[in-house]
Each structure stands twice: as C-alpha cells, then as structure tokens.
Design a protein around this ligand. Structure first.
Ligand code: TRP
Length: 450
C-alpha cells in the first residue's frame, strides 16, 4: 500500500504544506484578538514560550509517528502499540481525532465563507450592485450556507487532486502569495495615523497579567490550534515526508514559520484597530475592553476600510484575500485527515472519499449554521479547548509510553544520522514522556475548573 501513497516531492513542498496547515485564521485572527483580550505583550510572551516548549515537542510526536507508520492516525496508533488493549485504545483515539478534525472543519468553513463574502463585497460595490454587497456583509443563514459551500468546494477540489498535485502544489502557490499580501498590508498600515498606539498595546507586556490562568489557558489553546495538533493533521503530513528528511529540523521550521506569521499578523491587526480609532471608529466595547472576536474582523476593520475612501477598496480586498488564502491552506489539511482514513482503511478511491466527506462536512456545517446560537460556540469549545489538548496528551503518551524508544531513534536517524548526540535527543524523549503530559493535564484542569 505504501508505494501507492502520496508523498511530498521536496523539502520545500513539505514545509510550505505543513506551514500552510499551521498558518490560518488562528494566526491572523485568533492570535491578535487573543493578544488584545489578554494583556497584549504578556500574552505574546507566554504564547511563544508555550509554542516552543509544549507545542513543538507534541508536533514532533505526530511527525515521527506519522513518518514511521506511513498511515493515518487510526492505523498509526494501532501499529505502534503492542498488545490488544493498547491497540484498541489507539484505534479509538485515532477515530476521535478523525471526528474532531471533521467537526473543526465544519465550523472553520463557515468562518472562511464569511471571509470569501467580505472579499467579494468591495468588488460588487464598485461594479454597482449595492444590494448584493449589503447581503454579503449581513449575517444570514443563506449567505452563511452558500459561502461555506463555496469554500468547501475549493477545499475538496484541492484535496481530490492528491498529495503532490493538490495539497503540495496549491500550498506552494498560495503561501508565498499570502506572505506578499501580508507584507504589503503591514507596510501600509504602519504609516497611518494611530498605528504606533496599537503597536504599544501589542508589544508592551502588562506583567500583572502574566500569571493569569485565563491568559495561560488561552495561550495553550491557541498554540494547539495554531500548530494544527492533536487530530492527526501533522501526523498524516509527516507520513507523506521522505525518510531522508531531518524531522527535528522540519518541525522546528514549521513552528518558527507559524509563530512568526502569528507575530506579524499582530503587527497588522492591532495597529489597524488604532488606525480605525483615529478615523472615528469605536474600538472599545461598553465594558471598556478592546473589541475582539468576530466584531473586530467583520465590523471594526470593514468600518476602517470604508472610512478610508477609494484606497479602502483595494486594502479591504487584499485583507480578505489574505484571510481566504490562509484559511484554504489550513482547511485542506483538515480534510486530508478523514480522507486519508477513508482511503487507507476502507479502500475508497481518493476522489470518491474526498467528495463524499466534503458533502458530509458541508451537511454538518449547514446544521451548525442553521442553529448558530445553540451550536457554534459549543462546537468550537468542545473541539478546540477540550478535545485538542486531550488528544495531544494521548499522542504524547502513545509516542513515549506505548511506543519503543529505539524505534523512535531509528526513525529520526534515517534523516538525521547524528541524532543521538544532539540536544534534541537528550531532552525530547523524557520531556514528552513526563513534562508535556503534566503540563497539559495541569492546564486542562485549570481550564475546566476555572
Ligand atoms: N492551524 C490552523 C489555523 O491556525 C487551523 C488548522 C488546520 C487546524 N488544521 C487543523 C486546527 C487541525 C486544529 C486541527 O487556523
């Protein structure tokens, strides 16, 4: 079977695809708004610590298991287990991951659909269709469902083309375009009146908030979501990686790219918020906190683009293109999780599996969209705040308690012959065995109790 599996054709292909998975709405929207809500620089600091000391080791567990087993999470966890009971737990953990990935994509495609709608809005305004453009930016069931369908169609089309021809090719096209758009926007926003005030809020840490349990819980959730951990996304991408690639380095590059882009997004969004204030847009809510969450992206920033006059049209267009592209390279990685499972464990062809699962996810998105108030936040919380850390914990346990240390060493050695002498090997196995689970459990309990 492994010979017919897809594979990334190059190092760059893998780095762009895995970074494309990691960099998404979580970076450009989640990270800056989380920072705005949790003491600016204090959150940024804690986030970076957690990204490198908790998320990176967990990411490595996924990449190593994936590349060794060359399969999806369900089979992978069974393969590295000895004994019936461990295999059974592995199977159900894998299935739980597949379900969570499917649910995450169900809500992600709704938000990504909004980005698409806001991207089209300025185009329809200038071409003389004000009614349609008003419909595009107003919250409504029809709009939400139509645009999540369009977004799912794009995602499904890319994934159905396969690992090299779809995922890798499109990640290589979209990631550089995204970076370019982002650089242009940052350069533009920085020179506007008010930008410096935003920079101060973003970068100066309010040290009183640094030990705040809410801040730490948000930063952990953000780190797991941003690196696409727990559900087997990175595991399956790792399984498409060639045996001669150096895993610890690859993982470090992806973590670095992901954190850097989150950081850059903060340099864009927070200054833009204060530029909006300079333009007369309200940026604080009634309670005196900075407007964050959906209102920031779908009200405050559009109000800014509107107030900018003619230049606001291309600026808004570029901003929402950036969002859409970032969302697409992430959504394809989520869809690959159930798709690879269906292909490998149920013998379906790639195109059948992709379109079938695309339809299932779209149906589940529709259900969420139609019961938005009752379901949306519940699904987001259940999947990202509870399930992702729990699954991350399971993966750390499988990698270091269930699997054999020698096998891990052999696997890393194939692309990194001197690994045994490296700092990585001196620290990682023990760290993922004891520290990561302890940290996750501690923060998890605090989150649940708090
Ligand atoms: N990391 C992406 C973001 O920041 C989202 C994402 C892609 C994801 N694949 C995932 C989140 C798997 C959780 C699980 O937007």
């Amino acid at each position: 079977m492994s010979s017919s599996r897809g594979q990334f054709s190059s190092k760059t292909g893998f780095i762009l695809a895995a970074s494309g998975s990691a960099v998404g709405l979580g970076n450009i929207w989640g990270f800056p708004t989380n920072a705005a809500e949790n003491g600016g620089g204090a959150f940024v600091l804690i986030y970076f610590v957690l990204a490198f000391f908790l998320a990176y080791p967990a990411l490595m567990a996924e990449l190593i298991i994936g590349r060794h087993t060359k399969s999806n999470m369900v089979s992978a966890l069974q393969q590295i287990s000895t004994g019936k009971k461990a295999k059974r737990i592995g199977k159900y953990t894998g299935l739980y991951g597949v379900i969570i990935a499917t649910l995450i994509l169900s809500f992600y495609s709704i938000i990504a659909g909004w980005m698409l709608a806001f991207l089209l809005e300025p185009l329809l305004t200038i071409t003389g269709f004000p009614e349609i453009s008003a419909w595009l930016t107003a919250f409504g069931n029809t709009r939400n469902i139509i645009f999540s369908a369009v977004f799912m169609l794009l995602t499904t089309a890319v994934v159905s083309a396969g690992v090299e021809e779809g995922i890798e090719k499109w990640s290589c096209r979209l990631m550089p375009s995204m970076l370019l758009l982002m650089a242009c926007l940052i350069a533009y926003v920085m020179f506007q009146e008010g930008a410096i005030a935003g920079l101060k809020v973003y970068l100066l840490p309010d040290f009183r908030q640094i030990g705040d349990p809410q801040l730490i819980a948000s930063a952990m959730g953000q780190a797991f979501f941003s690196l696409s951990l727990g559900v087997g996304t990175m595991l399956i991408y790792g399984s498409y990686l060639r045996p001669d690639e150096n895993l610890p380095t690859m993982g470090a590059i992806v973590t670095l790219v992901d954190s850097s882009i989150a950081f850059l997004a903060g340099l864009l969004v927070l200054p833009a918020l204060f530029v909006a204030q300079e333009n007369g847009v309200t940026i604080y809510n009634a309670a005196g906190n900075l407007i964050a969450g959906p209102d920031l992206i779908f009200q405050t920033l559009p109000a800014l683009f509107h107030d900018m006059g003619t230049i606001g049209i291309p600026v808004g267009l570029v901003f929402f293109s950036l969002m859409t592209i970032a969302a697409l390279t992430s959504s394809i990685s989520m869809l690959e999780v159930p798709v690879s499972y269906t292909i490998e464990n149920h013998g379906a062809s790639r195109s059948l599996a992709t379109w079938l699962i695309g339809v299932i996810i779209f149906s589940s998105s529709t259900l969420i969209a139609l019961n938005f108030d009752a379901l949306f936040t519940v699904v987001v919380t259940l999947t990202t705040e509870y399930s992702q850390p729990l699954l991350g914990l399971m993966l750390c346990i499988f990698a270091t308690w269930v699997w054999h240390r020698d096998m891990i060493l052999t696997e890393i050695r194939s692309g990194h012959p001197q690994v045994e002498q490296s700092l990585f090997w001196k620290i990682w196995p023990g760290y993922v065995r004891y520290c990561c689970p302890a940290l996750i459990i501690l923060m998890f309990i605090q989150n649940v109790v708090g």
